[in-house]
Design a binder for this molecule. Structure first.
Ligand code: UDP
Ligand code: MG
Length: 315
């Protein structure tokens, strides 16, 4: 029997857990042809989350839990889940029911019948979300789309059902500051996008403050775009062009109007020229920094989707 692992990161979710577990029991009962593992990752909760998980695990042997020593963040909780999931298929979902478990049968059907490696979910509307948060989220996705080669979809949730091969690829991405939406895009594989209407959190409050989200988006940009490192290069080109313009202007003025050569155009031109030199030196340093940044992530050189070789070497 094939096994599906469900990874659920939980941070202070005592209020949502009973509803979620009830729904998981209902959905898994309808998918009796599969074996299930519910892997709850308690991300250093300060409420009764762990006690509740222990309680459910006593009654249901499909329930497993990993409890962190402190709050490491949702990304680390998901990674712990991916590393420890035993299933042939794995899905990560939020504990607050914003990733409806009722979509699982449909997701599984798409993978089985249409030959996809994963089914990812995307909210079509951000109904119920504070306007300011939606605005910043949209702006972030627009910027990301422009400055990154990786396909990061607006409204994409971390909720997706994946085949084992894809999970192994995620585990192979062993970088420290993780940005799952980028990782899912970077590893490739065939993904089907399933849209659904935004659902409100069933209980409790969001665990993401504005500053946490801001830091997370910076992590995303730094992990999946090297455009910021190219800024000095572009600025140096601009600076050189402006410097040249100023110097020509200074020279022409002197010739045409017979003014003293030491005019403000000349001084500005010289300053811009020097700035250009400094910026191009920075550009060279940043080019190397970009390469070092790539190396230290130790991402795999390639990922294989299919092979008939038994002893394939993955590096
Ligand atoms: N979460 C976590 N660690 C954190 C923050 C959140 O494990 O530091 C979990 C949380 O318990 C939930 C999921 O990540 O299952 C999504 O969090 P939340 O619903 O607060 O985020 P939002 O839906 O508001 O983006
Ligand atoms: Mg939520």
């Amino acid at each position: 029997m094939e096994k599906i692992s469900l990874i659920i990161p939980c941070y202070n979710e005592e209020e949502s857990l009973p509803t979620l577990y009830k729904e998981l029991r209902r959905v898994t009962a309808h998918m009796a042809e599969y074996d299930f593992e519910m892997l709850f990752v308690d991300d250093g909760s300060k409420d009764k989350t762990l006690a509740l998980l222990k309680e459910i695990a006593k009654r249901d042997e499909r329930v497993k839990y990993i409890s962190f020593s402190r709050n490491f963040g949702k990304e680390s909780a998901m990674y712990a889940g991916f590393c420890n999931a035993a299933g042939d298929y794995v899905a990560a979902l939020d504990a607050d029911m914003q990733d409806p478990p009722s979509l699982l049968p449909k997701m599984m059907k798409i993978i089985k019948e249409k030959g996809y490696d994963s089914v990812a979910t995307r909210r079509v509307m951000r109904k119920g979300e504070p306007k300011i948060r939606s605005f910043f989220a949209r702006t972030f996705y627009k910027i990301m789309h422009k400055i990154s080669d990786v396909d990061i979809v607006d409204g994409a949730r971390d909720f997706r059902l994946m085949k084992r091969e894809m999970v192994d690829a995620i585990v192979a991405m062993c970088e420290q500051d993780r940005f799952s939406k980028g990782i899912f895009g970077w590893i490739g594989f065939k993904t089907y996008w399933l849209p659904f209407e935004n659902v409100q959190r069933v209980a409790g409050k969001t665990k993401w403050s504005f500053s946490k989200l801001f830091k997370y988006s910076i992590d995303g940009i730094m992990a999946f775009s090297d455009v910021p490192l190219k800024l000095p290069k572009y600025l140096s080109i601009l600076s050189f062009i402006a410097s040249l313009g100023m110097l020509i202007w200074a020279f022409v003025r002197r010739l045409a109007q017979n003014l003293p050569f030491f005019n403000w155009q000349l001084i500005t031109g010289v300053i811009l020229g020097c700035t250009g030199v400094i910026l191009s030196c920075m550009g060279v340093a940043c080019a190397y920094l970009g390469k070092i940044n790539k190396e230290v992530k130790r991402r795999p050189q390639y990922l294989v989707r299919d092979t008939n070789k038994d002893d394939l070497i993955l590096k």
